[in-house]
Design a protein around this ligand. Structure first.
Ligand code: ADP
Length: 585
């Protein structure tokens, strides 16, 4: 029952809803004791021939009144107790969501996002159930159970009560045991289902590779195996589930038999009257639910406890990169200075001796082979990881001494794996600046050379993207991401290989817009195609984490090195490509 104590902060907060709900519950439990008594009195009156017409009308009227009253009061407590439990679900969900958004990459490397979602959903549901059905079963089994037993003992016969209730503890024991078994089997079934889900997601995203390598058949076989596993585990759940009803009905039936049999004996002895047996069996019926609820309660509480513990553990995980105490929220100037002595992920240094300065309005190109450390450089700028040896400063202040929010406001990054939300194109562009005007949104789209494309869609800027909307090409998505970053209007804009999916002409257009745009935004362009950086004020060439060449495009071309070699090769490739295209046409 510790989980109720742990949730006490919530019960205190919702004390009004809970006290109203509990009072109503107890009131209904009291009301429900009356009808069996009325039925017993009626039967006694009938059997003894003393029942008048008026008595009958009065008794039936009371029954009706009680029926109507319980109907409304039940509605009332459900509304209050379950309403509160739904609010708890919402609260926990938004706490988790806020927390998940605050955590960094290292967390997401450790946990699979499918798992996080599944746990968050199931756990929140289990805790919310504890605060709803848990409270209901606790109050109901205790009050209703004790009310009924007290009434049976005091108004009918303690002997009959004692003997008839003998099978009940067995029922509590069995149902709670089945419940536990059901829970663990259900958990297995859920795991199997989650594996199956992961498998499907993986196969769908890798379908091209699967087809290309001819692995489809073995993939289908794995799917079938996993699918069989799900069926088998669910059958195990069904087997236990199917035990519940027969057990309950069997034991309740046994109670009835004892009640009627022993009751008849007591009747013969003159200890009770016929109507009492009728009332008694009705009370027995009323007792079934509290007994069941009692068995159920343990399971709800057990699940709620495990889930709440997991949620607490999740909420306790702190981001590796936190805002420093008294971190600053402003910078004096947006001048960027990168001085990385060494940066290591695991064992090997990935960046070494990097020093660059980027003044407002200037641009920097970063090129180099795959694995040279370009993306790592960008990640360090956004504080995805922190530099331990050396420092990155903005306006002379170490970015570790700035809040992450401040860094985000200074540096806008267009990542390689751009992400669009299922919303309109305009909303996607205005993501970082929801109050942007339509003109501003269009201006950003124009600079990113995607304005014309957007106008070409049926609903223009209101066109929806995502599964239920238009399918965009890789290049269009990239350009929308660029427009989004442009609109954010940060002093430093970083394009992390963000022009890779646009053709050479569009790239040229975007770069032209960048150069002519009248602002002092600094730009860092990471690229594979050297044409994307040829205009920048300085270019650095990275190899194995070190700067091996640096200078302007012209300076770099003036001496033989990686840059010149790659530039010549790419020029040749584009000539060949163009030649190929003109031959085709
Ligand atoms: P580039 O962007 O130039 O292709 P990266 O910065 O992605 O290069 O990678 C540089 C090196 O760091 C590579 O050897 C890569 O394997 C390694 N690396 C990248 N990310 C991580 C990481 N999260 N953990 C460990 N090593 C990493």
């Amino acid at each position: 029952m510790g989980v109720f104590r742990k949730l006490s902060w919530f019960f205190r907060r919702e004390w009004k809803a809970y006290s109203l709900g509990v009072v109503c519950l107890i009131f209904v439990a009291g009301l429900e004791l009356i009808p069996p008594k009325i039925i017993g009195t009626t039967v006694n009156g009938l059997s003894e021939g003393s029942l008048t017409k008026n008595d009958l009308i009065r008794l039936a009227g009371t029954l009706l009144l009680i029926g109507v009253a319980t109907y409304f009061i039940r509605y009332f407590w459900r509304f209050h107790i379950f309403g509160a439990s739904i609010r708890l679900g919402r609260l926990l969900r938004s706490q988790l969501y806020g927390h998940f958004s605050d955590l960094d990459q290292s967390f997401y490397k450790k946990y699979r996002s499918g798992d996080l979602m599944a746990h968050a959903t199931n756990d929140v549901q289990a805790v919310s159930m504890t605060a709803g059905a848990g409270i209901l079963t606790l109050v109901d089994s205790v009050t209703m159970g004790s009310f009924v037993i007290i009434t049976m003992v005091t108004t009918i016969s303690w002997k009959l009560t004692l003997v008839s209730l003998l099978p009940m503890p067995l029922m509590v024991y069995l149902t709670s045991r089945y419940g536990k078994m059901l829970h663990s089997r259900f958990h297995d079934a859920q795991e199997a289902f989650s594996d199956l889900n992961d498998k499907v997601a993986e196969s769908i995203s890798g379908v091209r590779v699967l087809k290309a390598t001819g692995e489809v058949e073995s993939d289908v076989q794995t799917f079938t195996d996993l699918s069989d596993d799900v069926v088998q585990k669910n059958r195990r759940v069904a087997k236990i589930d199917a035990l519940f009803d027969p057990t309950i009905f069997g034991l309740v039936g046994l109670s009835y038999i004892i009640a009627v049999g022993y009751g008849a004996y007591l009747l013969q002895q003159g200890e009770i009257r016929i109507g009492d047996i009728v009332s008694f069996t009705t009370y027995l019926g009323l007792l079934t639910w509290p007994m069941l609820a009692f068995g159920w309660l343990f399971n709800i509480v057990e699940r709620g406890r495990a889930s709440y513990d997991r949620i607490e553990r999740m909420l306790a995980i702190e981001p590796e990169i936190k805002d420093a105490k008294e971190a600053a929220t402003t910078v004096s100037s947006p001048e960027l200075q990168v001085g990385i002595e060494r940066f290591i992920y695991d064992t090997q240094p990935v960046l070494q001796d990097i020093d660059v300065t980027l003044k407002p309005g200037k641009s920097l190109g970063i090129v180099g082979k795959t694995g040279a450390g370009k993306s790592t450089f960008v990640r360090l700028l956004s504080r995805e990881y922190d530099v331990k040896q050396g420092a990155i400063t903005i306006g002379g202040r170490d970015i570790k001494q700035l809040t992450r929010d401040t860094v985000r406001r200074q540096v806008a990054i267009v990542p390689q794996d751009h992400f669009l939300f299922s919303a309109s194109i305009a909303d996607n562009i205005a993501f970082a600046k929801p109050d942007a005007s339509m003109e501003d949104i269009m201006e950003a789209a124009r600079i990113a050379a995607v304005h014309e494309d957007i106008l070409g869609f049926k609903e223009g800027y209101a066109t929806m993207v995502g599964e239920r909307g238009v399918t965009l090409s890789g290049g269009q998505k990239q350009r929308i991401s660029i427009a989004r970053a442009l609109l954010a209007d940060c002093p430093i804009l970083v394009l992390d290989d963000a022009l890779s999916a646009v053709d050479a002409k569009t790239e040229e257009a975007i770069i032209h817009h960048f150069r002519t745009a009248d602002h002092d935004q600094a730009q860092i362009i990471v690229a594979h195609r050297l044409s994307a950086v040829s205009h920048t004020d300085e270019i650095i060439v990275l190899e194995d984490g070190r700067i091996i060449e640096r200078g302007t495009h012209e300076q770099l071309l003036a001496h033989d090195g990686w840059y010149k070699e790659t530039y010549d090769r790419q020029q040749l490739e584009s000539l060949v490509e163009q030649g190929g295209r003109s031959n085709e046409s």
